[in-house]
Design a protein around this ligand. Sequence first.
Ligand SMILES: Cc1ncc(C[n+]2csc(CCOP(=O)(O)OP(=O)(O)O)c2C)c(N)n1
Ligand SMILES: [Mg+2]
Length: 506
Amino acid sequence: MRGADLVAQGLARAGTRYVFALSGNHVMPVFDAALDAKLPIVHVRHEAAAVHMADAWARITGEVGVALVTGGPGHANAVSALYTALAAQSPVVLLSGHAPMTELGKGAFQEMAQAEMAAPACKASWTVRSARSLGEDLARALRVAKAGRPGPVHLSLPSDLLEGTADGTLPDRKAFEPEPHAPDPAGVEEILNSIRKAGKPLVIAGPMYASARGRAELRAFEEATRVPALVMESPRGVNDPSLGLLAEVLAAADVVLLAGKPPDFTLKFGAAFGKSCRVLQSDGVPAATPGPGWPKSGWLEEVRAALAFRPAQWRDLASKAAGPMHPVEVGREVQKLLAGPDAVLVADGGEFGQWAQATVTAPNRIINGVAGAIGAALPFAAAAKLALPGATVVAMLGDGTFGFHAAEVDTAVREKLAYIAVVGNDRCWNAEYQIQLRSYGAARTHGLDLLPTRYDQVAAAFGALGEQVERPGELAPAFARAAGAGRMTCVNVAIERLPAPVFRRG
Ligand SMILES: Cc1ncc(C[n+]2csc(CCOP(=O)(O)OP(=O)(O)O)c2C)c(N)n1
Ligand SMILES: [Mg+2]
């Protein structure tokens, strides 16, 4: 066996179903070894897309998402996407080829301090030093990615170790999974007691609870205790429009448990809570059993109503007869598509992404998350469709955002991943344009206009179905054609340039 065979067979043993990859000299032995290990490879058009696909795969399935890229610049291209997975608490392993051990320090082809470069965006990041340890290094990478608060792990694989004979062996399947972690019973009891004594307790879970599984766990906790439990996963924090009047709820709570949720900028470093609020922290949501002692007031209903708050005028909001449509009208029509039990909403990019999150709900939702990095929507949607082939997957993204990974339309067409991308086209990097308007005034806006590009035609050139929509009435027929197309569809929608919604009562 070569080192590369250990890697491919190790991944297969760990239960890896797909590797998201972009080829390159250093990793060609792994591509070769993947044949014998029967490990399917999805080849993308940019290394960051491979990591974004691994990230979305992990968020939907709960399995570790694996990306494979080449050394040096290929690795560097992948690194920014690790930051999105880190902030989303998503278990990803990035395997990067690396200059051979025998040439290090001599100026080898694409030699770079790869582990150091990835470290700030990872839970752990290191270079394998011997073929003998390859199997154990790989198992540790997968274990660490999934353990505790999940997140990305990077492993650099020197090409001579991949090509050379590996005298090491593969660890058992168990070694690829983290040990179950039992929380400290006294700590759990203290937390539950504080919550029981509270008048307005609240559990705020970190982004790892944003999956359908995580949300089901939170619902079970709510049902057992009648204590409201919500997820915060947006960089807009207390102004996340998908959480309605969250700011009011946070200010009113008297005991808050942050479960895997850091008290960071999204919570105004704690200033989002009332002065006398007691804040507790844990890595996860404790198991709770129903019984007497839990609050019986209407606080749970009060919180649910506040989070569900949306302006009444949105219900029958209609745009003017001429001119581009309001994003609420797009959301209303997309919502009708997402009725199925597996349906997936991907929301990304600027103000349109915020309108999408405010107006559309789905059993599975993947957003760019606390990292606030735009651009991942197309790879996210492709991976979601791969994970849930029977589900309707809709990505809503801005026109600027579409450009980051436009070539991933090709990946979707090649891999027959029939999702729908809805591009909110306001011919502008609107989120930043709105900052210019607010901070510097209308006379000092500059640099943020985009062309009225036909992204439907861009997608069609890659072999997708393209639909152009100018009026609200054209949305439903376009979506119906998309549903029957059996291939990826890009719906380019002319929308109004509006600031994202921020809710205040009255
Ligand atoms: C990787 C990255 N680069 C830049 C930004 C800053 N940024 C946030 S939103 C935005 C504009 C997005 O434009 P578009 O996708 O057209 O959405 P719109 O705001 O117009 O609805 C920019 C440039 C970011 N968040 N992430
Ligand atoms: Mg835009």
